[in-house]
Design a protein around this ligand. Sequence first.
Ligand code: NAD
Length: 265
Amino acid sequence: MAATIPQGRLQGKNAIITGAGGGIGLETSILFAREGANVLMADVSEPALAKALAKVKEVVPTASRVESIRCDVSKESDVQAMVESQDSWGGTDVIFNNAGIMHANDADAIDTPEKIWDLTHNINVKGVWFGSKHAVLSLRRHKKSRGSIINTASVVALVGAATPQLAYTASKGAVLAMTRELAIVHAREGFRFNALCPAPLNTPLLQDWLGEDKAKRFRREVHFPTGRFGEPIEQAHAVVFLASDESSFVNGTDFVVDGGMTKAY
Ligand code: NAD
């Protein structure tokens, strides 16, 4: 498992993390705080957010600034208010547009209900667009010459899933395409965009979906050369790199963190 040695790699950077109430977002909030960032944790669930904020403060007592804000990323007014709340911090340097939902339709992919499609796309795609848009507006407002925007996609944007989750897969493909284009058009302003592509991880999102179904779990695990799913902390380390100036020439990537899953046969 990756080591967690604090090095101040994000010292002084103002960061926003959406979906910070659990899973990847919470682990990333902890690492960002350890690395010296000022962190604004955002989530639609107030109870999850309160618990997550308390956790970060407990495990990183030396954190310079960690706060939380309720935000439904599918609502532009919420996202705008979230980003603008960092104006008084000196403006946003990094945003990790990570909030996402997955509804699997175990029956048949072509039966995906339209309302599930719309809900998934409103959060997974529009949420990333709103976060990217307001981050750019903030970077410009504060006359920043560099900024890092990291958008969570998934390996299902790169390889087809055998278990039906069509709305989710399409939404993550949209995140990759959008991230790539934003990376190209904003590169000369110094704003970098990268898409994180995690493979299935041990988070509530996956556990809820797998439930007690051992056969379903096996159908997924068998694709992993490592013989295991990833852990959220392993994604968080990649996000620290993408947020930091160490990745200054990394732009527009599909940043795959999958234990080799997408290269296996
Ligand atoms: P998680 O369910 O543990 O956390 C997701 C968080 O997002 C939750 O706290 C939830 O309350 C929040 N959220 C949901 N809707 C929201 C909204 N409208 N506005 C703001 N917050 C909202 O899931 P996770 O596994 O940590 O997932 C994080 C991201 O990683 C998601 O985009 C997911 O699609 C992606 N991902 C996860 C896996 C996996 O196996 N867990 C694999 C690939 C990609």
